[in-house]
Design a protein around this ligand. Structure first.
Ligand code: UGA
Length: 440
């Protein structure tokens, strides 16, 4: 089938290449000329394992093309909208301007019976309003809300073998759902659960899934605060409660907390939407989840400060920061707890030697005071203390005995609770872990 994907950021670019790999003819449209030129040349504008080869293969197949020319989408029967919905500059609500711009650019090219598929994360109520706008211009067109659940670092897997597919479908639009089934046929046949719900439910499924995940992380980080006050151990606690299958161990890793382009802005936008709906109490806990999450950064910063002598002691000291991206296997620094801590260390007057396998070029634009290095050991050179902020595998697999020879301070804060503590302490390190008592 001929399809278009409007918005070629993370979500859109991977979706476009993924749909081409299922055999469809795909046009990816974006207003960013640089991004489109790079994608069309087979160059991936972000770090995503496996995406280079998928993109190259699909461009070579002739089924995938990227353009800035909106008229090129005119032949497509189905149009996916995958633009971003960032947090507004002056409020916590979602900025829908890209969704509106994408819809406006698409409307003149909608053919009879076209199906528009919304994939962006939007406040509940958006889809129905967009459907009216589309149908005023092209009465035979239909809109389905089909939220995307992909995780950075697993984008291809999550696109081609998702846990579930959700369609938000208006009454009488079953024909449009059948068309979308044709596109996703080989995914549905894996089999993948495919749920048909109304438009509002589909919008809510996405934001409530992210709110639940954020809550799970903040819950365990709140327990870390309690452990710190009482002598409990957060990792052992998470392991023990995680054995209960109703709770589950995943997303119970306590540490620096959540960041990225999704969870923080989505819980804020969801809370803001609940206030608009007059539901002041229903989602008030999300405001608290956000606060718990941000407090973890204060805690990790304070641990580094305590290790070098207490308040104000970081000024003039050399500190190594391992990890700058918001999570491993990503170069994304949006709302990155790691980069926030690195920036605070710079602001405190420390000389910050940083290393990240993928995010350094993005990070230096935001925190120009960082000294970038080529390896974790080089970052640790001359440091009073190391602060591990993102749990890249490369850090977890380091030999603590080799690195200690480079780090005169021999002190480390494991901000993600990911190191083999016994091995690091045995090698001579003084190690602090948020939410965990010190090892004897
Ligand atoms: C998240 C959701 O997991 C996806 O399902 C969703 O589709 C996506 O947002 C989106 O809305 O587009 P992503 O932002 O890629 O995906 O990242 P996650 O893997 O969810 O991690 C988010 C943050 O939580 C990271 O900073 C990570 O370090 C942190 N985290 C995760 C923890 O602190 N502890 C954990 O146990 C798990």
């Amino acid at each position: 089938m001929k399809i278009s994907v409007i918005g070629c950021g993370y979500l859109g670019a991977v979706h476009a290449a993924g749909m081409a790999s299922l055999g469809h003819e795909v046009v990816g449209l974006d207003v960013d000329t640089d991004k489109i030129a790079r994608l069309q040349a087979g160059k991936v504008p972000f770090h995503e394992p496996g995406f280079d080869s998928l993109l190259t293969e699909q461009l070579a197949s002739g089924r995938l093309e990227f353009t800035t020319d909106p008229s090129k989408v005119a032949e497509a029967e189905v149009h996916f909208i995958g633009v971003g919905t960032p947090q507004q500059k002056n409020s916590k609500a979602a900025d829908l301007s890209y969704v509106h711009a994408a819809t406006d650019s698409l409307i003149p090219y909608l053919c009879e019976g076209a199906v528009v598929v919304g994939k962006s994360t939007v406040p509940v109520g958006t889809a129905r309003a967009l459907r009216s706008q589309i149908q005023q211009a092209q009465p035979s067109a239909e809109l389905i809300w089909n939220p995307e659940f992909l995780r950075e670092g697993f984008a291809i897997k999550d696109t081609l073998t998702p846990d579930r597919i959700v369609y938000g479908v208006a009454d009488g639009a079953e024909w449009a759902a059948e068309k979308l089934d044709t596109i996703y046929r080989s995914i549905i046949d894996i089999p993948t659960p495919r749920l048909i719900v109304n438009m509002e439910t589909a919008e809510l499924v996405k934001v409530s899934a992210n709110a639940f995940l954020a809550t799970k992380i903040s819950f365990i980080n709140a327990m870390a605060e309690v452990c710190e006050a009482t002598g409990g151990d957060i990792t052992e606690l998470a392991d023990a409660i995680g054995h209960d299958v109703r709770i589950g161990r995943r997303f119970l890793n306590s540490g620096l907390g959540f960041g990225g382009g999704c969870l923080p802005k989505d819980i804020r936008a969801f809370h803001a939407r609940s206030l608009e709906l007059g539901l002041d109490e229903s989602l008030d806990f999300l405001r608290l989840m956000d606060e718990i999450n941000l407090r973890r950064r204060d805690r990790v910063f304070a641990m580094a400060e305590e290790l070098v002598g207490g308040e104000g002691a970081l000024a003039g000291k050399t500190v190594a920061v391992w990890g700058l991206s918001f999570k491993p296997d990503s170069d994304d620094i949006r709302e990155s707890p790691a980069l926030d801590v690195a920036g605070r260390l710079v602001a405190a007057g420390a000389t910050v030697r940083a290393y990240d396998p993928a995010a350094m070029q993005n990070a230096i634009r935001q925190v120009p005071g960082l000294i970038l290095t080529e390896s974790p050991a080089e970052a640790a050179e001359g440091a009073e203390v190391v602060v591990l902020c993102t749990e890249w595998r490369e850090f977890r697999e380091l030999d603590p005995e080799a690195v200690i020879t480079r780090c005169p301070g021999k002190r480390i804060v494991d901000g993600r609770n990911c190191l083999d503590r016994e091995a690091w302490v045995r090698a001579g390190w003084t190690l602090r872990s948020p939410g965990r008592p010190d090892l004897a």
